[in-house]
Design a protein around this ligand. Sequence first.
Ligand code: ACM
Length: 262
Amino acid sequence: MRIGYLQFTPEFGEVARNLERVALALEGADADLLVLPELFASGYQFRSREELLELAEPPDGPTAEALIRVAARGGFHLAAGFPERDGDRAYNSAMLVGPQGRVGVYRKTHLFDAETEIFEPGDSGFQVFAVGEARVGLMVCWDWIFPESARTLALQGAEVIAHTANLVLPWCQSCMPARCIENRVFAVTANRCGEERRVGDGLRFTGQSVIVSPRGETLARGPEQGEALEVVETDLALARDKKPTARNDLFGDRRPEMYRLG
Ligand code: ACM
């Protein structure tokens, strides 16, 4: 299976322009699954809930339609972050689409910093979907710091974690190998780069998108700043063998009865 990411700098509020840019960047990409950053078409720093609701879309909105056209032309699946509108509520969501259309949506469980003031906490639960022979789980940015996120996906059979991100803190990229080793999964963290100066001192995003193997190897790592498209070939068998030794099974050896507090 060929998995990859597109790292770039979206322009806030310029949804059509960002979608065109992604379509152009992915022309000719040879992949089965490509991951785009969190909120890749809208931008990140909303000034208010009202502004967020204006840019938020339902899962069958113009962003989904445009991504399905790109997926159909390229013959690959796309995982991408978008502000999801549901009535007068908005979720920080990720969608998975393929050449045949929409596959599924995940609503970010763990909101980060100012997101807590404008987005609803996600209520979808962690979601795993089929992409060809592979099982692909979705998670969004700050979900990474809770090991439960990747573990919940892996326990549901995820072999690849598609992680859409707008990272501003410096730790995620070096923690993803741990998430991959402890769950024996591949992970693609698609981060954005550039800056947004819309609220307060603004934000600088940390780039360095990463693809990590179940052995914790970094298979690709993007630059700190600048657009990058990377695709790597993976052997899913590595994510299907959960036995690090003859006597150990990562999931079978779990002892949930010992994980109680006190
Ligand atoms: C983040 O969750 N965007 C850091």
